[in-house]
Design a protein around this ligand. Structure first.
Ligand code: PMP
Length: 383
């Protein structure tokens, strides 16, 4: 039984939204996409040759970094949140209304780009320990950026709480221009539904339903829940596996079904206190978006920072692929799942963003490939 079934109005939106993230036509001679919104969704699925050759499985990656507004899967989510808010009459295009969000970067970048295109202002609250290039990018996109000290989710200064209270204050402040809304990516159904309507059906069509495992990390949980909810009822044998990075607290909860204790909203380990180089995935609480698909997740795989770094270098060396930290984690986990399943299986994972967004943090630590050809996949997986 899937908990958190959509409410009747969410169901209505589910059908209304059916084509939103699929409007891009990649076929030559097809309609020309309109604006950056037209460049969101319908991303290619491709085979990672080195990992497939080494494992005897097909390891396929959804190139989500090719979404054309903010260059990550968060384009789908940001567009979905904005479209639903417009439909509900909470904001209107070209009004200068403000969209507030708490984000570690990707959602903020997607919101900032789409806000520019549609005549809104983006106000982004972000922890101050993220890669420097993400702040610069947000400022270049004209967003207001609030850097806050990393704090537990129960703290009013946590970046999500800060964004929520600023949105509330905006609404009550006659001096502020237009209206203010809180995008609320961690808790809104618009998030997992964007993947249920876009990412999931695209993977199904691109593989013609022939896949054995879907493997990805969770930042809000929107991707894993939305894709799982679309694919699981259609592919009986499908295993959905969570890729959990160092410092995250989800592994035991998913792997051993340790029940979520509401008294323990943040869990016992606090990711903000753990020094890690992976950004965008790994949480210590069960968000509404993770809860939406939690019971459909079959297994979890742990990935260390060292394994993610080694995989980042491997993908450059063997495939010419320069990916961000969460994509590297996903590839480690997908390869571990391939090894568990054995040759002949098809595994799909997500490449969320490019390494260019992680130069100053993940790649600064991961290092250069250095021209050595001695790397083995076993060494990557056990680094
Ligand atoms: N990768 C990156 C770079 C991200 O920023 C995020 C979201 N914060 C994710 C992966 C995880 O996606 P989701 O929020 O859907 O779990």
């Amino acid at each position: 039984v899937v908990r958190d079934a959509p409410t009747p109005s969410a169901k209505r939106r589910l059908s209304l939204r059916d084509n939103t993230s699929r409007s891009r036509s990649l076929a030559p001679g097809g309609p020309i996409p309109e604006g950056v919104e037209g460049l969101i969704g319908n991303t290619p699925l491709f085979k990672i040759k080195s990992l497939s050759d080494e494992t005897g499985c097909e390891i396929l990656a959804k190139a989500e970094f090719l979404n054309g507004a903010g260059n990550s899967p968060k384009d789908r989510v940001a567009l979905s949140i904005i479209q639903i808010a417009e439909e509900d009459g909470l904001i209107s295009p070209d009004s200068g209304d403000t969209i507030y969000e708490g984000t570690v970067g990707s959602t903020g970048i997607s919101l900032a780009a789409i806000c520019r295109a549609k005549g809104y202002l983006a106000h982004i609250c972000m922890p101050d320990d993220q890669a420097e290039e993400k702040y610069s990018l947000l400022l270049k996109l004209g967003a207001v950026v609030d850097k806050v000290r990393p704090a537990p989710i129960v703290d009013p200064n946590h970046f999500v709480n800060r964004a929520r209270s600023l949105a509330e204050a905006h609404t009550n402040d006659p001096e502020k221009r237009g209206r203010g809304i809180f995008a609320d990516q961690f808790e809104t159904d618009a998030n997992w539904m964007a993947h249920f309507n876009g990412t999931g059906p695209e993977i199904y069509e691109q593989t013609t339903g022939r896949l054995d495992a879907f493997v990805t990390g969770a930042g809000t949980g929107g991707t894993i829940s939305g894709v799982a909810r679309y694919l699981k009822p259609r592919i009986e044998r499908l295993k959905v596996v969570l890729a959990d990075p160092q410092g995250s607290g989800l592994y035991n909860r998913i792997k051993f079904g340790v029940m979520f204790d509401p008294k323990e909203r943040e869990g016992t380990r606090r990711r903000h206190q753990v020094d890690t180089i992976v950004e965008g995935i790994g949480i210590n609480r069960v968000t509404r978006n993770l809860e939406a698909g939690r019971q459909l997740i079959d297994d979890a795989v742990r990935v260390t920072d060292a394994q993610a770094s080694a995989m980042g270098r491997w993908l450059v060396e063997k495939d010419g692929l320069f990916v961000g930290s969460s994509s590297a984690v996903n590839c480690v986990a997908a390869t571990k799942v391939a090894r568990q399943l054995g040759p002949g299986h098809t595994i799909v994972t997500i490449l969320c963003d490019s390494g260019t967004r992680h130069l100053s943090k993940f790649w600064a630590k991961a290092g250069d490939i250095g021209g050595s050809n001695e790397m083995t996949l076993d060494a990557v997986l056990t680094a």
